[in-house]
Design a protein around this ligand. Structure first.
Ligand code: NAP
Length: 269
């Protein structure tokens, strides 16, 4: 008997590549950690090379994974990514939805947002998860088991300046609760993570240069908001929370919202 926490499981991580940068993204860290814990991993990203880099890292550690290119704003691509997983391994135990954008999608404050940017950000952050869950659930219902972990954001519940990111990430919470209650009878769990300030390339690289800010200033400003250690979290912090929710250790947990923020949400002053 293996004591690995995801032994025998097939996991799909959507958004398993990452924006280039100096640190590890939430999706790549999650894919690697799932594989370390015994899961076979499908690494999905719109950038095949980025997904393949994750797969290569898993392979170098002795794990099993393959990469699939998919733009998750396309239902055709989503159908194909689920089919690729079932064709290869004949099941899908864990769906981890990590793809998300904000500033890169043209997000803006309510006074400046335009319809196209709102649609773009919402399509990547919310619609993609609705449609990927729809297709994954068809497989999981046939199995009579499955675990879904969706990545929202603390931005959904605090004073975040950009409207499309905040509202789409809030939608992810409600959508996950909806899936949890409508699929409990099939033995399927669905939970949502709210990361706070995490030191990932998407968070840092997109902000460097905005308003003349240097990388060091961006990092210092974000660190200053975190009560626990005055330091942002890392992709590994989010990955460990996802591992718990995806594993049998969370077998009685569904519809839960797990905040991973170093205490930031406790600061009211
Ligand atoms: P990341 O490393 O850049 O990961 C996001 C991945 O999703 C990237 O590989 C990205 O590809 C991919 N992606 C974007 N649009 C896609 C699409 N249409 N189809 C398929 N893949 C797509 O970013 P991260 O910082 O780890 O963030 C991951 C998740 O955590 C996001 O949902 C984000 O909102 C959430 N989050 C992050 C923070 C934080 O502080 N970092 C805080 C709260 C929540 P490209 O590089 O090509 O865009």
């Amino acid at each position: 008997m293996s004591d690995l926490r995801l032994s025998g499981k097939v996991a799909m991580v959507v958004g398993a590549g990452q924006t280039p940068g100096r640190t590890i993204g939430n999706g790549r860290a999650t894919a690697i950690l799932f594989a370390r814990e015994g899961a076979r991993v499908v690494a999905v990203d719109r950038d095949l090379d980025a997904a393949q880099a994750t797969v290569d890292q898993i392979g170098a550690e002795g794990g099993e994974a393959f990469a699939v290119q998919a733009d998750v704003t396309s239902e055709t691509d989503i159908t194909a990514m689920i089919a690729a997983c079932v064709d290869r391994w004949n099941r899908l135990d864990i769906l981890h939805n990590n793809a998300g954008i904000s500033i890169a999608g043209g997000d803006a404050p309510i006074s400046e947002i335009d319809a196209a940017a709102f649609d773009r950000v919402t399509a990547v952050n919310l619609q993609s998860m609705v449609i990927s869950c729809k297709h994954a659930l068809a497989v999981m219902r046939r199995q009579g088991s499955g675990a879904i972990v969706n990545i929202s954001s603390l931005a959904a519940v605090i004073n975040y300046p950009f409207v499309a990111y905040r509202t789409s990430k809030a939608g992810v919470i409600t959508m996950t609760q909806h899936i949890a209650i409508t699929n409990a009878r099939y033995g399927i769990r669905a939970n949502v993570i709210l990361p706070g300030l995490i030191d990932t390339p998407m968070a840092i690289e997109n902000r460097v240069g905005r308003g003349g800010a240097t990388r060091e200033e961006v990092i210092a400003e974000r660190n200053s908001h975190v009560p626990l250690g005055n330091k942002m979290g890392t992709g590994w912090d989010v990955a460990r929370a996802a591992l718990f929710l995806a594993s049998e250790e969370a077998s009685f947990i569904t519809g839960a919202t797990l905040t991973v923020d170093g205490g930031q949400s406790l600061v009211t002053g």
